[in-house]
Write a protein that binds this ligand. Structure first.
Ligand SMILES: [Ca+2]
Ligand SMILES: [Ca+2]
Ligand SMILES: [Ca+2]
Length: 361
């Protein structure tokens, strides 16, 4: 009797399994995606986006008027796909605020009240690295559950090069449909105003409102990972980083003098603050109060010998403040495609700074 029941059970299970054809789903960056057959192949609409026939062509429009057109608060030129369904309106768009200058991050703008108010979410994805999000997706952008879905394909990103975009991209796997579900986009485990996805990019603690315990919550803190006491040289780095425009070049003007006792005011993040990364163990630098950019400091131990991850935060590097034979200091600053050298002298009036060389790649 037992064996007979077992036999029946096995037959039922096997038939049940074989009669159900399930589309396999996969995970990428916390989002589900599935393979689809009726997709728009990569490159089937190579130019333009919904609001722009061709970005390259528009660059020649001297009025630059197209730059000012917005939808849902987003520059139209950055929009990949835009759709309205009932009271829901959704936009998938590109933005650089969490990427280096060569790559674009993928964001979602979402309104559930006919476009009266909008929420903006970072997906954590970098365009083409390795997921390429297709603006020419023919699938509806808003799915039956009100989540955002869009066609994508997987590219050959080597994860180690700023210059990957210069070589022809190769599609590894085409015909993917990725779903940016609202629950994952919105998740903010510590309720500090930064989503878990943003905190992963910024290397802040997703389970602490104030990662560095300096009293400024993560979403407002322009230096959210370091709570390091100021030194006499902190002010030098603050001026070089945020106000280099004040520093005169060569001997064309008198050098800038920063009073030794100048105390930095407090500045906070806004919705449009860009984030850059500096890898340093130097307390003179780690103690700065940035004004215009959020700085993510990583120690050399934290970064180890890890390669640049796809489209990661833009990096600025500083040489140590080298004392010269004449008693002055020299520091070199390297950005993605430019760099400067500064000469600094300590006087009774303060730090006297001028730029001594500048290069742009
Ligand atoms: Ca958070
Ligand atoms: Ca946090
Ligand atoms: Ca803080």
């Amino acid at each position: 009797m037992n064996k007979l029941w077992m036999f029946i059970l096995v037959v039922v299970l096997l038939t049940g399994c074989s009669s159900q054809k399930k589309t396999p789903t996969h995970q990428y960056g916390g989002f589900q995606y599935k393979e689809i057959e009726d997709y728009s192949p990569f490159g089937s609409a190579p130019y333009g986006t919904p609001y722009v026939d061709s970005v390259l062509f528009l660059e020649w429009d001297a009025s630059q008027a197209w730059r000012k057109d917005k939808v849902g608060g987003i520059d139209k030129v950055m929009v990949l796909k835009h759709e309205t369904k009932g009271s829901i309106e959704a936009i998938v768009y590109e933005n650089k605020r969490y990427n280096d200058m060569f790559n674009m991050g993928i964001f979602v703008a979402y309104s559930s009240n006919n476009g009266n108010t909008w929420d903006y979410f970072y997906t954590g994805l970098t365009q083409g690295a390795p997921m390429y999000i297709k603006w020419y997706s023919k699938y509806p952008l808003i799915d039956t559950e009100g989540n955002v879905q869009i066609e994508a394909c997987q590219m050959n990103w080597d994860g180690n090069s700023h210059w990957g975009w210069m070589s022809p991209p190769v599609v590894v796997k085409d015909g993917l449909l990725i779903t940016f579900d609202l629950e994952t986009l919105r998740k903010d485990s510590d309720c500090d105003g930064l989503t878990d996805i943003e905190e992963a990019r910024l290397r802040t603690d997703p389970f602490s409102k104030d990662t560095d315990n300096d009293g400024i919550p993560d979403d407002l803190d322009l230096n959210p990972r370091c709570n390091v006491p100021r030194t006499d040289k902190t002010i030098i780095y603050e001026v070089i980083l945020d106000e280099s425009i004040r520093i005169p070049f060569y001997d064309r003007e008198d050098p800038l003098t920063i009073p030794l006792e100048e105390i930095a005011e407090s500045y906070y993040c806004t919705d449009t603050t860009r984030t850059v990364m500096i890898v340093t163990d130097d307390p003179d630098i780690r103690s700065i109060q940035p004004k215009t950019r959020r700085i993510i400091f990583l120690s050399s131990e934290e970064i180890g010998d890890s390669k640049l991850s796809p489209g990661d935060l833009e990096r600025t590097r500083f040489s140590p403040l080298e004392k010269q034979e004449d008693g002055s200091y020299e520091v070199n600053v390297y950005h993605s495609s430019s760099g400067e050298t500064y000469r600094i002298v300590k006087t009774l009036e303060g730090w006297v700074i001028k730029m001594t060389s500048l290069y742009i790649e």
